[in-house]
Design a protein around this ligand. Sequence first.
Ligand code: SIN
Length: 288
Amino acid sequence: MGIDVTPSGQACGATLRGVDLRDIDDATVTAIRSAWLDHKVLAFPDQDLSDDDLEAFTLRFGPFGEDPFFASIDGHPNIAAIRRTANETSSLFAENWHADWSFQEFPPDGTCLYGKTIPPIGGDTLFTDQQAALAAMPSELRERIEGRTAIHSARGGYAPDGTYGDDDANRSMQIRPSDDAYATQLHPLIRTHPETGAATLYSVLGYIIGIDGMDDDPADVEAARSLLGDLYHWQTREEFQYRHRWEPDMLVMWDNRCVLHRATGGYEGHERLLHRTTIGYNADVRTG
Ligand code: SIN
């Protein structure tokens, strides 16, 4: 039986049925990759995956990415637990829009997230299609960002004085803040998707802390902040979004090269647990 692909009807995203992710041959991997490039976010309901299965699936799409500020789960160095206990009072993890680990030199191509304990209400993940956002961008804003290079850093989240830093001791997720988070990395604001060739916006204010060449003079720093703020408002408009509703035993994979995502709350009193892997930078899919 072939894979059944149902688009979400929103800006991006599709649900795939008729495939058991524990056992995929090369033709199935090719079909999933093609759907992934088309829809950017794929959801696979009713998958019965062990942690070994999750790792094996991830490796069909690239090497593991490097997850710098998370502890892994026992026995699986490439799986992180995205966990929130029922009565947790720490701030919501990943509530700001982001592209995973965009502050790395070679950020992960994708992310896989597998729903284990899913609250009956709330806890959706939002995605926003950055290829669509760029394609529809007013020329005035596009002219302001064309040719610009962004400065990325993890400091706001993972430095000792960041959101998940030393004052965040009561979180159930195993986050490991570090001075390494102060490092910076440059990436163009507009990039070409290495597999589809489509122009796309990359990352967002948050991991982006400034614009290269606009980071010395205070007036320039302020102008860069203002530009990144205007860009943020465009990138995250509702018309570019897909709201993903979770189910237990559902695997979702998204393409960090062309979508942003963020967590949402609304499930106070309920536990939420998902296992996450990152699909690292895959040199094999890059041509030229
Ligand atoms: C993440 O950004 O890895 C987590 C998203 C979520 O918890 O919905």
